[in-house]
Design a protein. Sequence first.
Length: 319
Amino acid sequence: MCGFYLCLSKRQIKNDLSEIEDTLKARGPDFTGISSGKYKEYFYCSLHCRLSIIDLTANSNQPCCNENGILVFNGEIYNYQELEKRYNLKLPKDETVSDTKVLWSLLENFGVSILNELQGMFSFVFLDKRNEKIIFSIDKFGAKPLFFRISAEEMVFSSDPRCVSPSNKNDINSEVRDQFLSKGWINPAKSIFNNVESLVPSSYGIIDLSNPKCTVKRYGTPIINTQKISSLKGTVDTDQLEEILTESIKARYTSDVPVCSLLSGGIDSGLGIALAKRNLNENIQTYTFKFAESSYSEADQARSVAEIYSDNHREISIV
């Protein structure tokens, strides 16, 4: 779902971004936008490969650029319509409204103070020319990746670590590689490449361009009400739970293109499809993966759910 690249450098940047575009194109095949120029002592170049989901018009193509700054954004802000009304945003009346335009306006007006109100899965980088800062952030669960490399001479950000690696795509961090092979996971602040960092979930970074030092902070942590949890005594308000789940599913079905949901054969995906069918006026489309090894395949369970709730179900065989 979209891919972006932004580089600011005190050295002249090469204009040929074809290799970067080739790397990111699979994430966003619908439109590629490029913006380059100079801001203060920095040359900059930004690229965005778009997968169009909200507002299919050119109004929401990226990079978003004006005299106040540049925004590259990947993901979806589910509550963008609510935020537009709450803050009475003055968006151009001759343009369509999208989560991209709402996020851009919110960052211009409120900066990082708005981050905790964003509901969605996202990563973005915003060059704030008015305040001479770079703001970059990621959603609370880290669903959308953001990789970066910061030095006194150059700052690079991207959805793909291969676009950030300073030397080549084979510059592997052996410590991270060994950690992955031995434990099956890696430090969320690291990447597989040397000198390329990854922004951890529910955090943001700020770079003051007058003194290029990167500060990374958390903007939101889950609040656990232990007293309320202990008072439940093993009971669950199923009506309240269903209401929360339904609202969550409705938000994720907001789209200007058809939505297709993955059925894994488990409870979570089956419950999601059942609630979508019950509460949304949608043509429910589903798919699942079928493996030749029966011990790995849950296609039969997924098919059973699809026969009840799906209007169009596809099985994709993995040989």
